[in-house]
Design a binder for this molecule. Structure first.
Ligand code: SAM
Length: 269
């Protein structure tokens, strides 16, 4: 059973116990500076204060990365330009991924366009970063495969095993009735985090989440046999994360009993 360590602790204290150059993947979903209530004041940092906070967690976490490691950070358009610029002075920027939250049209803003996406930065510690494309390919549906049946396409590897996901990820946000939804105001869909984890960490590798919330990344690590360390200030969220890890472990052992099970089945397009 892979080591999964969940701490009800301030990341800035806990990170000091993590060995330098030991982490394969960081999945960071920090407070966005939008005033959400996480049972603490962490989302009440604005403007320069928010940028100082961002630089502080980045400076604390980067020494932990192995040379082949990657970092994904969730942000919004308000702060992504400045935070990406800062990260680019320290890491290689690989992609900006747009998470299209599939928000339905419902009136919305009258003085600007409705914002329906998050900006995810994908960075690497070096050009030799780990990336397992085959684990996250998107299979073609039967109709598309049929449409590619001309002789020039026959036998093409990508047609058989699926295509490389694009940098626009269309995944519905978790509405209140969603079976996956926990009692956390900004829980991320598991499918998004699973894709990051499968593509960017080797089996058995170490994943670090400094702002764990309801433990989406912890559950993904338990399902896909990665080691994991996560920090969360709010005790109630930590309890949710623990129960998600237990459930993920149960379903993981069931899956490994079933011969022929395939890792990483997505509802992503
Ligand atoms: C955007 S939410 C993360 C949501 C998470 N990705 C999920 O899917 O549930 C950010 C979380 O960081 C926590 N947090 C804020 N500052 C923290 C700190 N210094 N150390 C640990 N946790 C912190 C907040 O309590 C909040 O739950």
């Amino acid at each position: 059973m892979m080591g999964i360590s969940l701490y009800n602790e301030d990341f800035f204290d806990g990170v000091e116990r993590i060995a330098d150059a030991s982490v394969d993947l960081i999945i960071a979903d920090p407070p966005y500076g939008l005033g959400k209530d996480y049972g603490n004041d962490s989302d009440r940092r604005y403007g320069k204060d928010y940028l100082a906070f961002s630089r502080r967690w980045i400076d604390a976490i980067l020494p932990k990365l192995r040379p082949s490691a990657s970092l994904y950070v969730f942000l919004t358009w308000q702060h992504a330009p400045e935070v990406f610029s800062y990260l680019k002075t320290r890491l290689l920027m690989v992609n900006e991924i747009i998470w299209d939250r599939r928000v339905p049209s419902m009136g919305g803003s009258t003085r600007k366009f409705s914002s329906v996406h998050d900006n995810i930065g994908f960075f690497a510690a070096s050009r030799d970063y780990y990336f397992d494309l085959d684990s996250v390919r998107v299979p073609y549906d039967i109709a598309t495969k049929k449409a590619r049946s001309r002789s020039i396409f026959v036998g093409r590897k990508w047609l058989e095993i699926g295509y490389n996901p694009k940098d626009l990820w269309s995944v519905p946000r978790l509405h209140r009735q969603d079976a996956e939804r926990e009692d956390h105001p900004t829980q991320k869909p598991l499918a998004i985090v699973e894709r990051m984890l499968l593509a960017s960490s080797p089996p058995g590798g170490l994943v670090l989440d400094p702002f764990m919330g309801s433990g989406t990344s912890a559950a993904a690590a338990a399902m896909h046999e990665r080691r994991f360390v996560g920090f969360e200030l709010n005790r109630d969220y930590l309890a949710i994360a623990k129960s998600r890890v237990s459930a993920a472990r149960r379903s993981q052992s069931k899956r490994s009993e079933q011969a022929g099970s395939v890792a990483g089945e997505f509802r992503l397009i």
